[in-house]
Design a protein around this ligand. Structure first.
Ligand code: ZN
Length: 110
């Protein structure tokens, strides 16, 4: 696959559908193209590795918006995918699902 945008989309869709690429061994987490920002989430807390604000921080939002400028639907798909990862991490020890997840992960995606 040569188009990085479609590669990202394919991996996100496969992850969302719980489908693996080219294996018969069942679910294997598919590699995703990493967002081109240094402001990445530190899991499982989901705070920014660089500025320690709740991720996505303002810098991550700006970087991701620029990266997906020509493919904004891809950003929405990507953010929905990572929101599910965040829900898993943030509720792993029995905490209730944070009430602000939509605003934090998706509301800013235009
Ligand atoms: Zn940051």
């Amino acid at each position: 696959m040569t188009d990085p945008r479609s590669g990202t989309l394919l991996c996100v869709v496969l992850r969302s559908l719980n489908v693996s690429e080219g294996t018969s061994k069942g679910w294997v987490r598919t590699p995703m193209l990493l967002p081109r920002t240094e402001h990445l989430p530190a899991r499982p807390a989901w705070d920014c590795l660089v500025c320690e604000h709740a991720w996505p921080c303002a810098n991550a939002k700006a970087d991701l918006t620029g990266q997906y400028l020509r493919f904004p639907a891809g950003l929405a798909i990507y953010m929905a995918s990572v929101m599910y990862d965040a829900v898993e991490d943030l509720t792993a020890t029995g905490e209730p699902t944070p009430a602000d997840l939509y605003e934090r992960f998706l509301a800013w995606v235009g």
